[in-house]
Design a protein around this ligand. Sequence first.
Ligand SMILES: Cc1cc2nc3c(=O)[nH]c(=O)nc-3n(C[C@H](O)[C@H](O)[C@H](O)COP(=O)(O)O)c2cc1C
Length: 204
Amino acid sequence: MIFDLSTQEPARVYSIMAQTIMPRPIAWVLSENENGSFNLAPFSYFAPICSDPPLIMISVSKKPDGTLKDTRANIKARHDFVIHIASWEQLEPMNSSAATLEAGVSEVAQLGLELTDFKGSKLPRLKQSNVAMACSLYEIREIGNGPYAMILGEIKHVYVVDEAVTEQSAESLRISPMTLNPVGRLGGPQYTSLGEVVTLARPE
Ligand SMILES: Cc1cc2nc3c(=O)[nH]c(=O)nc-3n(C[C@H](O)[C@H](O)[C@H](O)COP(=O)(O)O)c2cc1C
């Protein structure tokens, strides 16, 4: 079957893309509200962009009423944010944190999630996280006809849970994917965990 995207409505285009470009990692983003509380929301239009400087991208649409999502408004105003790579154990709170709440209402507090200091970061991280990245705003760019903004963040510090770092020397670094146990987003409300992990040498 061929889908000619030029003849499809944007919602259908989203449905085709989201169900074929998968599994996607989930950036579980903590940002600071104007009142000092912490906002938390998941984003699966999320990708690494560059290593020098270390940039990631999240693509953020608008709220149903056309206003900016709190994550975007917070990053625009205060620049710092923390991306957690949601793990399988965090599937339910991660999903619950996608509820549209009034600006200033903290998903962290609502869901009873614990925070802890994040060395090198102004913002805390989720205590139970296996991976957290302290980021600062690099650029926000509006894209396309839809209400999307591409938010580029520069990663300043990365926290990885100790047990996942299986080898660390000048020559090599190994982080165990099974210990990180990340959630993958499929289309719609479907998720997956890691399946079989294979090692394959790259061709010369
Ligand atoms: C797994 C998952 C992935 C999501 N990915 C995105 C995304 O990439 N971009 C987006 O704008 N919204 C995405 N959403 C919806 C936002 O999380 C939702 O709109 C949330 O309320 C935004 O919160 P905020 O207003 O506190 O920033 C996703 C939701 C879920 C459950």
